[in-house]
Design a protein around this ligand. Structure first.
Ligand code: SF4
Ligand code: SF4
Length: 282
């Protein structure tokens, strides 16, 4: 079967200090890092052995994964497995980029976020240009806050046209029409992010063809619904996979609502759902 997995292990540290993030400049102890590495390796081994399924994987760490060698190694290794269609990760792109040349670039993809104030603009842009030179698949995005607008405009002007620049509505922020138009001029798909999506009772692919997995292998339908479906490593999750409506009122995060069947986003992002690359750009 085709199965999409969103993996989030215990890693919770980040090298950046974004004012809008609870994980800013958090440190993991040596033991916590060791535990994160062991759990990631267990998940990687499981995915490697799952050869009768076709897997798409997105790593969504709380903190920054790619500054850790074990994430770079896992992504490289998984990208070479024939039954893995896509392996992607959310990253601030502060990592080195030389490892990317060792991955299968038809399978690897990066969801990159620019955080103004955390790294010089030119340094981030140079990393994007290096990804482009290497032939990597990647999207670039930014949080739609007023003081990010200049950087967003610069990025849109400086990035190659075929690199999608997405804009995420800032959490809890209301955008009037004029403000929304400004962001939509940079990201034509911003209207999907502008407001949380009413989701109660609506069909969502999570829990059927998409699941969320934590470091212990606990399987949930998505990162936002806490009810457990079973465990990945003892196989108990499998019998729980079936269509089911969303039990929450709203879904306001792209990695969730992209799977809502009432939205057209599997068509909009066909071939790039996990790394957020629209079909029109590929
Ligand atoms: S880069 Fe991401 S994880 Fe790190 S502080 Fe900023 S928002 Fe948080
Ligand atoms: S709509 Fe969002 S919150 Fe609801 S089940 Fe799907 S991903 Fe989870």
């Amino acid at each position: 079967m085709d199965l999409t997995l969103l993996y989030r292990g215990p890693l919770a540290s980040c090298d950046y200090d974004c004012p809008y993030c609870p994980f800013a400049k958090r440190r993991d102890s040596r033991d916590q890092l060791r535990a994160d590495r062991a759990r990631l390796e267990r998940f990687t081994d499981w995915a490697t052995g799952q050869t009768t399924d076709r897997l798409s994987l997105l790593f969504t760490p709380w903190g920054e994964g790619l500054v850790r060698s074990w994430y770079r190694r896992a992504l490289t290794h998984l990208s070479h497995q024939p039954h893995i269609r896509r392996v992607a990760i959310q990253t601030n792109l502060s990592c080195r980029t030389d490892w990317i040349a060792g991955a299968d670039l038809d399978t690897l993809a990066l969801w990159c976020t620019y955080h103004p104030g955390q790294t010089p603009y030119d340094r981030f842009l140079a990393k994007c240009r290096e990804l482009d030179r290497l032939g990597a698949r990647f999207s670039v995005g930014i949080v739609g806050l007023p003081d990010h607008l200049d950087a967003a405009r610069r990025l849109r002007a400086d990035l190659p046209d075929q690199v999608y620049l997405w804009v995420n509505a800032a959490e809890g922020r209301t955008y009037d029409d004029a403000e929304a138009d400004v962001w939509t001029a940079l990201d034509p798909l911003f209207p999907y992010s502008r407001r949380p999506h009413a989701s109660a009772g609506l069909p969502c692919r999570t829990g059927e063809s998409v699941i969320s997995v934590d470091g212990e292998g606990t399987v949930r339908r998505c990162h936002f619904v806490r009810a457990e479906l079973g465990n990945l490593y003892d196989g108990t999750y499998r019998q729980a996979l079936r269509p089911r409506p969303c039990p929450l009122t709203t879904c306001d995060c792209h990695i969730g609502y992209v799977h809502l069947e009432t939205l057209p986003l599997y068509d909009v992002f066909a071939g790039g759902v996990l790394e957020r690359i629209p079909a029109s750009l590929t």
